[in-house]
Design a protein around this ligand. Structure first.
Ligand code: SAH
Ligand code: SF4
Length: 382
């Protein structure tokens, strides 16, 4: 049993897993001119269609040939929370029945911990997670499989399609005839949903290249942030890729004593090794790294963490994003009182570190990673 990919993947690849040059090769093998590949990518990434029949400028014969060579899957919306202009959460069913989720954070002066003019979509890269951080909902049921390239790309397309249909006042069933290219509703990507992105390196990079490409979703590399719990070899590998994606590190503890208590990965790659890899990334890439630091009551919110955290941030010229812990059903952790959050933040400011304290907006709709899936799976199985 191959757990590294969707079960049907061995038979036919999905069209949304193909780079432009792969697609051109396939089309020339079918005796088609290369401009067809541009028509297909326009349908997929500009007009966000979900099946071959909607690609009306392709002949019936070509659509048939394409459907024999590729699948054209789309995600099935299981639950949606939130409304236009507020944080929205999407729970999708994949073709093997697995559930994944996305959070769409709207452009807002107070969005995502700092001023943002952009709509940010949070992507998932795996079903579940193997890394078992003690505070996180995504790892509670372990790891099931990696997402394929098209399943990652499809999260952007499906959210875009849903949002533009709602904006045009169309029900999701009665919209197939309207394909005007809408203003881009997703202009920032954070890979901070379910799963450890760097543990699905191939799927992640394949998808990010399509999201980044001018013939794909056209989202600039500096508008794409990959968050990792700290897989040192993959951070070094990512540093050597030609694209300059932004990097966020889920630090959550500035010393091995604190970090190892809540993040098992720290026993394999302790803080100093992780920081060396971050230094390498920063040096190759020149972009500012972000340290994500969830504040968990009585676990990592003591002021003795401020100094070592500030020292690492200063050394790497990193900024710190403090995130009050989001409660997860079944876990004992809590967020500290606001006064403690402010003290911790002020402590870093006094050390002249760039820091934001996220007044996050997803708390009321289970926006911490893996939560909506966890609740839905519990409901379905009870
Ligand atoms: N596996 C990657 C990306 C997914 S987790 C990583 O760990 O970075 C995305 C972010 O959500 C991480 O910073 C993670 O630590 C944080 N997170 C997980 N559970 C949370 C919770 N209950 N409250 C707040 N943030 C949480
Ligand atoms: Fe996995 Fe990231 Fe959650 Fe840790 S925080 S269990 S690495 S998804």
């Amino acid at each position: 049993m191959i757990a590294d990919a969707r079960p049907d993947m061995m038979q036919q690849p999905d069209i949304k897993s193909q780079s432009l040059s792969d697609l051109q090769d396939q089309l020339s093998g079918m005796g088609e001119p290369t401009y067809r590949s541009q028509q297909i990518t326009d349908w997929l990434y500009r007009k966000h269609v979900s099946n071959w029949d909607q690609m009306t400028n392709l002949s019936q014969g070509l659509r048939e040939k394409l459907s024999k060579a590729f699948t054209c899957h789309s995600l099935e919306l299981i639950r949606h929370q939130g409304t236009t202009g507020s944080t929205q959460k999407f729970l999708w069913k994949l073709s093997d029945g697995s559930l994944i989720e996305n959070v769409l954070i709207p452009a807002n002066p107070a969005s995502y911990g700092e001023s943002s003019k952009r709509n940010t979509l949070c992507l998932s890269t795996q079903v579940g997670c193997a890394y078992g951080c003690k505070f996180c909902a995504s790892g509670l049921d372990g790891w099931k499989r990696n997402l394929t390239v098209d399943e990652i790309v499809d999260q952007v397309i499906s959210v875009h399609r849903h949002v533009s249909q709602v904006e045009r006042g169309l029900s999701t069933e009665h919209c197939s005839e309207k394909f005007e290219t809408t203003a881009r509703c997703i202009d920032n990507i954070v890979v901070m949903g379910m799963g450890e992105p760097l543990a699905n390196y191939k799927g992640l990079l394949g998808a990010l290249r399509i999201l980044n490409a001018s013939w794909g979703c056209g989202i600039g590399a500096r508008r794409i942030t990959v968050s990792t719990s700290g897989l040192v070899p993959q951070i070094r590998r990512l540093a050597e890729e030609p694209e300059q994606f932004r990097l966020a590190i889920s630090l959550h503890g500035a010393t091995d004593r604190v970090r190892s208590k809540i993040m098992p990965i720290n026993r394999k790659y302790p803080v100093s090794e992780l920081m060396d890899a971050c230094g390498y990334y920063q040096q190759r890439n020149g972009k500012m790294i972000t340290f994500e630091y969830i504040l968990i009551k009585g676990i990592n919110d003591q002021l003795d963490q401020v100094k070592p955290l500030a020292d690492w941030a200063r050394k790497l010229d990193a900024k710190v994003n403090l995130i009050p812990y989001n409660h997860v059903d079944g876990l004992p952790w809590e967020r500290p009182d606001e006064s403690v959050q402010f003290q911790f933040c002020d402590g870093l400011k006094k050390q002249r570190i760039r820091v934001t304290l996220r007044r996050e907006k997803g708390h009321d709709i289970d926006a911490a990673c893996g939560q909506l899936r966890l609740r839905t799976e519990k409901t379905l199985s009870s």
